[in-house]
Design a protein around this ligand. Sequence first.
Ligand code: FUL
Length: 473
Amino acid sequence: MKNYPDYIKYAASIVPSARQLKWQENEMYAFIHFGMNTFTDTERGNGNEDPELFNPEELNCRQWAKLCKLSHMSGLILTAKHHDGFCLWPSNYTDHSVAKSLWKDGKGDVVRECADACREFGIKFGVYVSPWDMHEETYGSGVAYNTFFKNQLKELLTQYGDIFCVWFDGACGEGKNGRKQDYDWQVYFDLIRELQPDATIHICGPDVRWCGNEAGVCRKSEWSVVPYYYSQGELIKAKDNPDITKPPRKINPTLPDIGSYKIIKKCNKLIWYPAEVDVSIRKGWFYHKDDDYTVKPLSKLIEIYYNSVGANSAFLLNIPPMPSGKINEKDVEVLLSFGAQLDIDFNENLAEDSVITDNRHLDEKHTGQMILDNNSDTFWHSGDNPEGAELILDLGDEYDINKIVLGEHIATGQHVENFELFVKSEDKWKKLAKETVIGYKRICRFDEIRARYFKLVIKKARCFATISKFEAY
Ligand code: FUL
């Protein structure tokens, strides 16, 4: 048995919360940036916009939800309030909302229509709420604004059914009086936990982290176990927390490496904090007619999918509706072909009735074959000697394969650091892939090959390795 240093043992022991585990299965969901900016043709307003400008005469949230469903999004996140402070629901705490718009004579509620449409089409509903509010008078005043924001959050968390996620971005700019607000993050988080205990809190929050760019790329090795300070950046800035190793002066989520030995060795507090890749289908986050030619082609969406969902991250794709309240035909077209392409790519898992043998396992309950028993709670476990462990997948016959999907049993943590994948061809093992982390999901793509046997070799792991997914397409 190899003796791992304590910091590796510690990293290997970090596991996701129940809500993070459940969130991980969402894999891909949509962002809907819609609001005052849609009508003023800008990316960022100033809070002085006339609410009457908001008038989506053909608003069709059913179209949004249906399109998400058809393109295999598990849910959508609506910008209930962006930095300009205009609310897409009739909030009791401000006049700056749909209630003062011409739309439906001020009787409409976009949040309601969107939440209902999501339920109708069987996808999840989440909210983006900007703490930065350029319209609200109390912004920058401390307690008064925090109370105002809490009240607004409470409306969103209690009036629209289940909310799967609350998305907080980090922007903290100046308000009306040129003042900045000290956000009471802990109070916001506590309220969300109390009112929607299953909701994950993203980006400026403890559950899901920003991958660090808006270009649709994640790191080659996207660890879900990272230093604690990445998840609590805001809180740490607020209080000097003696419990944890001092974070680097600037917490930079775009650094290429935030979870390797080098990083975790220096850190005495780690956290499970998985990555989300957010990117817009168009140039801007909001709809602009001039951006119609920037709609990403199918090949780009597919590439982002494999580099996010296929690389231990979630994919959050922004689809901004037009001022009419509908999603443009160009976006619709590419999203429908995206959904159809994924159907083709994952048409049939040819490993379903296969045999998996291994060269070692912890015990009889954790043999390679346990991976295939259709129960996500059962898995292969290497035992305490993971390096050099092998799993051989026998498809029973030869098939044309160009993808192998792997997954660790992350309820037990994230352990694999390096692995290699081989195919048996003319009686020889030929290397198909050499990759780093697996995590929740790692999709290996290669030129189509006709084969019966595939072999996974664990080269390096933290204390032990588990595998709960081994699929072939
Ligand atoms: C950023 C915002 O400033 C953008 O407008 C957009 O909402 C993006 C997702 O987050 O911080």
